[in-house]
Design a protein around this ligand. Sequence first.
Ligand code: FES
Ligand SMILES: [Fe+2]
Length: 319
Amino acid sequence: MSGRFPYPAYPNGWFRVAYASELAPGEVRALHRFGRELVLFRDEAGDAHLLDAHCPHLGAHLGHGGRVEGTGLRCPFHAWLWDGDGRCVDIPYAKKIPPKARIHAWTLMERNGLLLVHHDAEGRAPEWEIPELPEIGSEEWSPFEVRHWEVRSRWLDMNENAVDQAHFKYVHGTHEIPDTDAEIDGHVLRCRSRMKMGSGRHGGIDTTDYGPAFQVVRVHGGAEALMMNTATPIDEEHTDVSFAYSIRSNGDPAATRKLGAALIRDLEHQMEQDIQIWEHKRYWERPALCDGDGALGLYRRWMRQFFGDPEAHAREESP
Ligand code: FES
Ligand SMILES: [Fe+2]
């Protein structure tokens, strides 16, 4: 919790571990997230599961050579079979299953085309969920275009970008500083930014954060766009950031595609501009804010609810 980032590396909430379409039934993937080795698999019935990766028997990594069998995962080393809840259900050469044969199973949710994992440093069950977005599955909206970045920074430093109204002008070159207001609604934060676009038309960006790692951005004025922004901690210094973009059809498929492509180019460029700042900045707990900084202070107060118990986080970060 010290040094460059004086806040927990792994906040409490829901985090993307994969896009649902990336994991077909029978597929197994090794993952490194939250500073831990994990294995993600989709069983033959179509349900996805996330387990700690190392087999409690003699320590094989289930994500390297493990095979899906029915609703379970067979270890590549001595063929013990694990179910999606982390229970050993078969040892082909033993009569009894030892009580210590348990693997930690993470809580997963499949929603909005994402596989989301619940992380809580104290191991508590989720108290809220990520809602279904009404645009998803609608014919009016284009299929998602997805981009990934691995950024050498942490969740809070990146998340507060949406409410940092002055940076839009000085980093991204908007014509003016947007007028931003934000309101807290429990684990949800709603933020509205209004500004004049390049065309002179007024446009807006509505951002809704559901916890620390699932952000929905709706762009109005000119193109209507939807973005699902998700950020998952890899370790204490690195974050897997992904944006999924969709654009509302204006009735002309070719024009919509062109508009979508231009929007994505612009967003990718903005991301590169942001990354340069994020990878080298420091997080001040008591920054010297000014009266033009808008909702930044509110945002930081809201974020603290996902810090959880500092001692539980400290245990996680130095196992
Ligand atoms: S290490 Fe997994 S079954 Fe032996
Ligand atoms: Fe930005």
